[in-house]
Ligand binder design. Structure first.
Ligand code: GLN
Length: 238
């Protein structure tokens, strides 16, 4: 995924990440302002949210450009939650363009998006866990499976994400590993090789690049882990 965004706070519609803000993901799909790798994000899109009475998130993903889905605006307007994730994709060369390669990847209550690229061989060197097999040959799906395996083994989410990123980077020093993981009441994100911004107002917004021109957007330092929960936001070096 080349641009992703998430919200934690009072319930909002998914359109607050996509079509409502001036530079939301709909705009970032064809005119990203800070993208370093790739020019447009037209290889699919996805979103996930949490609905009352359902333990697992609802996921919607397509392999068409986000602007080509005429059903999306209405759906994004009514899909409301206190924890949201959305992403638009620019496929890495060699990766399939299909729904199963598109974020968010999901397992149980988790939603995961990856902005970057990694040699899949680097992921083979990570200790295997009890997780689901990757649902696609896409590098991001493999990365998601590595995180999910640790989560299923009981590793706390911040530690699971930090470990997968640092261990993968050791095996592939060129890897770009911006991850965004939502669990319904928390978001864990990494800045590792690409841009990430935060905006704290009534809740927490994390996005590859600012969604609008409001003051308060702050660039997150590279090689850091951001943890957002109802207790607050922490940023630590990894
Ligand atoms: N490597 C991932 C893919 O192919 C993510 C791509 C990206 O961040 N541009 O989907």
């Amino acid at each position: 995924m080349c641009r992703h965004a998430a919200w934690l706070g009072p319930p909002r519609p998914l359109s607050s990440l996509i079509g409502d803000p001036e530079h939301g993901l709909l705009h970032q799909a064809y005119a990203p302002r800070l993208q370093r790798y790739g020019t447009v994000n037209a290889d699919g899109f996805g979103m996930g949210w949490y609905a009352d009475g359902r333990a697992e998130p609802v996921r919607y993903r397509r392999s068409v450009p986000i602007w080509a889905d005429a059903n999306l605006p209405g759906l994004a307007e009514v899909a409301r939650s206190g924890c949201l994730l959305a992403a638009v994709r620019s496929a890495t060369v060699g990766m399939p363009i299909e729904e199963s390669a598109t974020a968010p990847f999901t397992d149980g209550r988790w939603l995961l998006s990856h902005n970057g690229r990694v040699e899949r061989d680097a992921l083979l060197s990570l200790p295997a866990g009890p997780g689901p097999a990757p649902g696609s040959p896409c590098d991001s799906a493999w990365l998601a499976a590595a995180v999910f395996a640790r989560l299923r083994a009981g590793t706390p989410v911040a530690e699971a994400v930090a470990r997968v990123v640092t261990e993968t980077a050791r095996a592939d020093p060129e890897a770009r590993l911006n991850l965004l993981v939502c669990g319904g009441s928390e978001i864990v994100a990494t800045a590792w090789g690409d841009t990430l911004f935060s905006h704290i107002h009534e809740g927490v917004l994390l996005a590859s690049e600012p969604l609008d021109g409001r003051p308060g957007w702050r660039a997150v330092d590279d090689r850091t882990l951001v943890v957002a929960s109802p207790d607050g936001v922490s940023v630590t070096r990894i």
